[in-house]
Design a protein around this ligand. Structure first.
Ligand SMILES: [Zn+2]
Length: 296
């Protein structure tokens, strides 16, 4: 049977109850969205398909909602469509209006009070459509990227770790549904701190009721990810790992074809590799076989 796209609340509640994390994988087009869902179906896992600001221009918000909904109907697993890391409140609002069941508003590069105000406004908008909101306090750096919005931060590369008391206050005043924490990871290929700050994570978990989100997981040893999940991480974002496979596949195809490749062949390869990689992540996150067979 068909089912609509679900919000983070619906997809993370069982993860909270059973102590696993749901992977949030970045799509960029219909093919990659399909690969992510196919992998989750094979693993009988719930899945979060994410669209980030870099991917948004590929299809646009409305087309993305329509395409992901249509593709999700082919699978019998819960699928959440989530806007990742939008620093533009107007874009977040547009995503909610387009039918995104979940969004992340990221004002984490701004002072905490301003971050809370911007986030609170988005939560109020989201409540009208039943959508869920993720936000971040502390700052998971983007060492390899410079974006216009990062200019608000004195050093865009540098992460600021999440302060547990500030996190508790932030969740209370904003009413968000999930909190992204900065505990030593970094976005991109930069590995961040060698060891995650598990003590900090445990303290945040003790003070905060909503599910916690880990960004910048690429390159982390599976043991560290599993430990973070034991301590309360319920959503793990995966982007760079997938981007690298996409780029490598194209580069190999170009090399093998001596400067030319047939695009469809390369895209089919990308899909196969994305399915394999997404399945490996699902295994690490513990969401494998969490979907009980509903008997056809
Ligand atoms: Zn992130």
């Amino acid at each position: 049977m068909t089912r609509p796209l679900v919000s983070l609340r619906e997809i993370l509640a069982p993860a909270e109850a059973d102590g696993y994390a749901v992977g949030a994988f970045i799509m960029c087009n219909a093919e990659t969205a399909d690969a992510i869902m196919a992998a989750a179906q094979q693993e009988k896992s719930p899945v979060i398909v994410m669209l980030g600001p870099k991917e948004e221009p590929v299809l646009g918000l409305q087309n993305t909602v329509q395409i992901v909904s249509t593709l999700a109907h082919n699978y019998d697993i819960p699928v959440c469509l989530h806007l990742d890391h939008s620093r533009d409140p107007a874009q977040v609002q547009a995503a909610l209006e387009a039918g995104f069941p979940s969004v992340m508003v990221d004002a984490s590069s701004r002072p905490d009070e301003e971050n809370a105000q911007i986030t609170r406004r988005i939560v109020e908008l989201a409540r009208k459509t039943g959508a869920t909101v993720e936000a971040e306090i502390g700052f998971v750096g983007f060492p390899e990227m410079t974006t216009e919005a990062d200019n608000t931060n004195s050093n865009p590369a540098e992460s600021r770790l999440t302060q547990p008391a500030a996190a508790e206050h932030f969740v209370r005043v904003t009413g968000i549904d999930a909190l992204a924490v900065s505990i030593g990871t970094a976005h991109g290929r930069n590995p961040g701190r060698p060891e995650l700050d598990f003590q900090r994570l445990a303290e945040i978990e003790r003070r905060v009721e909503v599910p916690l989100v880990l960004h910048g997981a690429t390159g982390r040893a599976p043991d560290q990810i599993r430990r973070a999940i034991q301590l309360g991480i319920r959503k793990v974002n995966v982007a760079t790992d997938l981007a690298r496979v996409f780029a490598d596949t194209m580069a190999e195809a170009l090399q093998e074809g001596q400067g030319f490749f047939w695009h469809a062949d390369a895209i089919v390869q990308v899909k196969q590799r994305w399915v394999a990689l997404t399945r490996r992540w699902i295994e690490v996150l513990g969401s494998k076989c969490q979907i009980v067979d509903r008997g056809g």
